[in-house]
Write a protein that binds this ligand. Structure first.
Ligand code: GLU
Length: 222
């Protein structure tokens, strides 16, 4: 069990992500991490152990970006260390994941045969690299759809994209995902408790559903 959060806003999101991660900490405390989009790039900060350690990182205070995702980890694939901490990012995309990709070994081999290099031991990085590969010929939503079709197992995912800097995509199969709505700000999170300090307008994604968050609205796809 891990905890994920994603926010699309008109103001900086790093402080809200950290405070939501503290509420999700009961779901995992092997590591914590955050990724935001700023200056046209994906920026990641991760730490081993509890969210407190992440918060102590001096770079967090100045972490910019109005779009971001965060994670607290309870490791299933790969030891609890900083390399295996989420988010897992390529240059193009950054992913947080709660769940288990059962066919990750097989997908990893296929990607390695096509020249993709893995940095971590996690099952999650397979999702990052599959989306990255599919993005070469598809838009963000199609890339996520096509990637999810290849996955066996359970997941709740939060995804941001370098080149599509106004969206956050959420998706779930098996693992829970709440969606929160506010003025100029929308959210995904592993539970409603993580979103409650930001909004009381909360719904839940259906199993197999995807959502696309802009700061102004949320669209659903199945
Ligand atoms: N399988 C992922 C990992 O080990 C996510 C863990 C979880 O949701 O429990 O990093």
């Amino acid at each position: 069990m891990c905890g994920i959060i994603g926010i699309n806003s008109n103001k900086s999101v790093s402080a809200s992500i950290i405070s939501s991660l503290k509420k999700l900490e009961y779901r995992g405390y092997d590591s914590a991490g955050i990724a935001t989009l700023s200056n046209g790039l994906i920026n990641e900060i991760k730490s081993e152990g509890r969210v407190d350690n992440l918060e102590k990182n001096s770079l967090i205070k100045n972490m910019e970006g109005t779009i971001g995702i965060g994670h607290v980890r309870w490791a299933t694939h790969g030891v609890p260390n900083i390399v295996n901490a989420h988010p897992h990012s390529s240059e193009q995309v950054s992913v947080v994941h709660n769940g288990i990709i059962e066919n990750s070994d097989e997908l990893k081999k296929e990607l390695e045969n096509k020249g993709f290099k893995f940095k971590s031991q996690t099952d999650t990085e397979v999702v990052t690299l599959l989306i990255t590969k599919t993005l070469k010929n598809n838009g963000p939503l199609e890339s996520v759809f096509k990637t999810l079709k290849k996955l066996k197992g359970s997941f709740a995912l939060g995804i941001i994209f370098k080149n599509f800097s106004n969206i956050v995509i959420g998706a779930r199969r098996g693992s829970p995902l709440a969606v929160g709505y506010s003025k100029d700000e929308n959210y995904i999170g592993s539970d409603s408790y993580a979103l409650k300090s930001m909004t009381n307008k909360i719904s839940y994604l259906d199993d197999g559903e995807l959502c696309l968050l802009t700061k102004d609205e949320v669209s659903f796809y199945d």
